[in-house]
Design a protein around this ligand. Structure first.
Ligand code: GLC
Ligand code: MN
Length: 344
């Protein structure tokens, strides 16, 4: 059911650096044209929901759209990173492969590989034809109607109480804005000077100094301790699995065990076959972790063996020194004794 949209061949480039103005604007306009045509074909009321996914977020994307379709029929556009096939049973869904948007000269941080991928979220600002756009991360689960998300004007987002509890900053897992060619130009022109320390989140926080606060329930971060108490609360509309994804095994924090019921809310949207597939992935992850542990343990066992052997060697050397000292001392004592006897 997913409509696969394509950028014209000359724009389907490998990636776009944020200081390459010509390519940035050409690709942005290309995305706008293709998406504009699709929206004109599918009708709708001028509202659009955009999301972003690389292949490792496919399970998240499946569930996000499935849960969204229980409460909303607004068209959904998937910005796809990489060429992989995405299928979904939901109507009014289109996908378009976009080139990864990268910060010129900045390589991916090996500890946070997703940060640079998420920069491509900014392609959402290429689109200018809808009246209002809401962006929703593929690791979100829609629990209740998202009323209020697409209302109003300007840029709107919910505060990030996890990363930025000292600052007043918003989380970029869910936000809405009124698109325009002017907004696109202003954002993309300033892009090279905006910090990418936190991926798209720091870019957008630096750019939108004025923002309207959405209710926390429209982007409730899983890691916020309160989420447990509020999970059943009627104010909780969108649950954002950050950090820690329900389709990836392995707790990232001891507190995660306490949050396990939230994972059940997510898996409830899977068919039996999909659930088995997710479990198979979990088992694969666990196997990989176990293999790492075994390799690590045997390496460090070897290390400890060497350290123990070295320690023993040093202890024996020290023992020998003591014994030699003692022998010397008793020899001296004997000499003194002999001397005293002979004199006496
Ligand atoms: C956080 C946000 C996510 C964003 C990422 C990178 O994980 O939850 O939405 O894409 O930071 O900025
Ligand atoms: Mn997210």
């Amino acid at each position: 059911m997913v409509e696969n949209l394509r950028l014209p061949a000359h724009l389907a480039v490998e990636n776009v650096a944020d200081d390459d103005r010509a390519s940035l604007f050409a690709v942005a306009e290309g995305i706008d044209d293709v998406v504009g045509d699709w929206l004109a074909r599918c009708g709708g009321d001028g509202r659009l929901i955009v999301t972003l996914a690389s292949h490792d977020f496919a399970a998240g994307l499946l569930v996000m759209i499935r849960s969204l379709r229980k409460v909303s029929d607004i068209p959904v556009l998937v910005l796809k990173i990489g060429s992989w096939r995405f299928e979904h049973e939901a109507p009014q869904v289109a996908a378009i492969e976009v080139p990864p948007l990268r910060r010129s000269g900045v390589e991916t941080r090996p500890d946070l590989p997703h940060l640079i991928v998420t920069l491509s979220k900014l392609w959402a600002f290429s689109i200018t034809t809808p009246k209002r756009i809401a962006y929703i991360d593929a690791d979100c689960l829609i629990l209740r109607p998202i009323k209020g998300l697409l209302d109003g004007d300007g840029f709107a987002a919910a505060p990030d109480l996890l990363l930025h509890y000292r600052l007043r900053a918003f989380n970029t897992g869910v936000f809405s804005f009124t698109p325009s060619a002017d907004l696109r130009r202003r954002l993309f022109e300033r892009l090279p000077e905006l910090s990418v320390a936190d991926g798209d989140q720091s870019v957008l926080n630096a750019f939108f100094e004025e923002w309207r606060q959405l209710p926390l329930g429209l982007n409730f971060l899983r890691s916020q301790a309160l989420v447990r108490a509020l999970a059943q609360d009627r104010h909780l509309r969108i649950l954002h699995f950050t950090p820690g994804k329900p389709w990836v095994d392995g707790p990232s924090h001891p507190r995660d065990h306490a949050l396990a019921p939230l994972e059940d809310l997510w898996t409830a949207h899977l068919s039996d076959a999909e659930y088995r597939e997710v479990k198979r992935q979990w088992h694969q992850d666990v196997d990989a972790v176990e293999q790492n542990l075994t390799a690590w343990a045997s390496r460090s066992a070897g290390l400890y063996r060497d350290q123990i052997a070295e320690g023993l060697k040093q202890t024996r050397r020290r023992q020998r020194l003591w014994l030699a000292g003692l022998a010397l001392l008793s020899a001296l004592q004997t000499l003194v004794l002999v001397f005293l006897v002979l004199r006496g």
